[in-house]
Design a protein around this ligand. Structure first.
Ligand SMILES: Nc1ncnc2c1ncn2[C@@H]1O[C@H](COP(=O)(O)OP(=O)(O)OP(=O)(O)O)[C@@H](O)[C@H]1O
Ligand SMILES: [Mg+2]
Length: 261
């Protein structure tokens, strides 16, 4: 059986619908494509009819808005004043989802106390009533990143095929297993040479996790390396708008179909 067949068999089991769900995206290592993936997955889920709120949880270095050239008026700091996430979100034109920005020049999000993080998390939990919340978590494994990851209904741990990304993805899995034993955590291999090489990368990571962490994270999906990704980011246009027929677009479409059958 191929890894995809195994995956299809395991994900048709009582799969939680994507509505009322918080899907967080983390990696440990920087630059593996978390933000691009968060944006493109949000877009693909919206195309599947889901109500999606994309939250920029990279609090120090928020840049979801920059990747897609979105002018944001408000940001997450409004949650600290008791405002609702829906009221703070900015719709992405012609893409069917909204962004709750991680900064809008207010500067209020650079240094948050643990208590303030909890207020933000309460706001995001409430936003799940809106549909699917996608949370882009910044690089690193600091206290804030760990806390954000721990509230996810599904945590997508993103890696590339490089050993440095794999060690950080492993560290991410290890901390997640400590912080929330038994949680739903799945692997995304981004910038893969081919589907097959991406699946081999996942198998290696899963083996290490099984041997040393006693967890067996399934594959959520492989996204192939595609030069059009950086071209779309340079032009600040959502990838699925600019290159709907690209290989990486169909890979994200498959990932969205698994998460929101
Ligand atoms: N599938 C892909 N194919 C080719 N290039 C990609 C792919 N995914 C991401 N990239 C490239 O990787 C770069 C980094 O992406 P992105 O900013 O989304 O990563 P990140 O993990 O969010 O980084 P950070 O940790 O700094 O927040 C992008 O500028 C893009 O050019
Ligand atoms: Mg990022």
């Amino acid at each position: 059986m191929t890894a995809h067949a195994v995956l299809a068999a395991t994900t048709t089991a009582p799969e939680q619908g994507a509505a009322g769900r918080l899907i967080a995206i983390a990696s440990g290592k920087g630059g593996v494509g978390k933000t691009w993936l968060a944006i493109t997955l949000s877009h693909a889920l919206a195309q599947r009819g889901r109500n999606v709120l994309l939250v920029d949880g990279d609090l120090g270095l928020a840049n979801v808005d920059v990747q897609i050239g979105l002018q944001v008026g408000r940001d997450l700091s409004g949650l600290l004043k008791g405002e609702r996430a829906e009221a703070l979100a900015t719709p992405v034109p012609d893409a069917g989802f909204s962004v709750l920005a991680g900064r809008s020049g207010s500067g209020a999000l650079a240094q948050l106390t643990p208590e303030q993080i909890e207020v933000i998390l309460a706001g995001l939990a409430e936003a799940k009533g809106f549909g699917t919340v996608i949370l882009d978590i910044g690089a690193g494994l600091d206290r804030t990143a760990r806390r954000l990851a721990s509230v996810a209904d599904t945590l997508l741990v993103v890696t590339t095929e490089e050993p440095t990304a794999l060690t950080d993805a492993y560290a991410c899995l290890k901390l997640a297993a400590l912080d929330r034993p038994g949680g739903d955590r799945r692997i995304v291999v981004n910038m893969a040479g081919t589907q097959a090489s991406g699946e081999r990368t996942w198998l290696g990571l899963r083996k290490a996790a099984e041997n040393f962490l006693k967890v067996s994270p399934p594959l959520a999906g492989v996204v192939r390396r595609d030069a059009r990704v950086s071209e779309a980011i340079r032009r600040q246009v959502p990838f699925l708008t600019r290159h709907p027929g690209a290989e990486a677009a169909s890979d994200i479409g498959r990932l969205a179909a698994i998460l929101a059958p």
